[in-house]
Design a protein. Sequence first.
Length: 242
Amino acid sequence: MNVAIDWGNTSIKVAWFDQNQLVQARHKVLLSELKRLLMDSPAEAIIVSSTNRPGEALREELDLPTDFPLLTLIGTTPVPLEKHYDTPHTLGADRVAAAVGAKVLFPDEDCLVIDMGTCITYDVVDAASVFQGGMISPGFRMRFQAMNAFTERLPLVEPEEQQPPLLAKNTRQAMQAGVINGLQAELNGILEKHRREKPAIKVLLCGGDAPFFEASLKPSLFTVPDLVLIGLNRILTYNLMS
């Protein structure tokens, strides 16, 4: 059994795979819970994608022996993709893993991957498994936090309405309307541009904020909550076979 761990800025996701088959996945896991889960369901090999922890620190945090097969996804890790990116060492591990996950699901198709996490990334991996690049945009909640942090009087607002009005009648609602309607326009506008260039492109949506926007995006697209984990497992098996 392989285990894939996506250790993000705000939460931990973990999944167990029997070869390429996803057996179970858990989201928003605490470190203490993760340790218990790994004891209850032992792994033969583990891959970790982390935004801010080096490999050996992860080994210590997970209480793994020094000889346990742990792969930390970094810029130099071999992956089943070609990267057409000027600075591959700065390319986020989660972006790479999501792109690999897209090719697991659609190996012969052009894919646009939209990952709605702390930041929003829009990345294209083509039918030849070439990562062509993409975009990074402020995340959903980051936009609310920015308005609060960089102004004197605007409050910190949490999203409440799926579709707030264009003509809001109070400040909190106006902030929600600006962020939600603005982000919907951004998402659909970028989708439209990509579809004009590649009409048959497959669009895959993942990340913690994806469910909030899924219904408001122009079809058709595929929501794959565990896309990064699927990609991590593929990278692990690719390295184990090398």
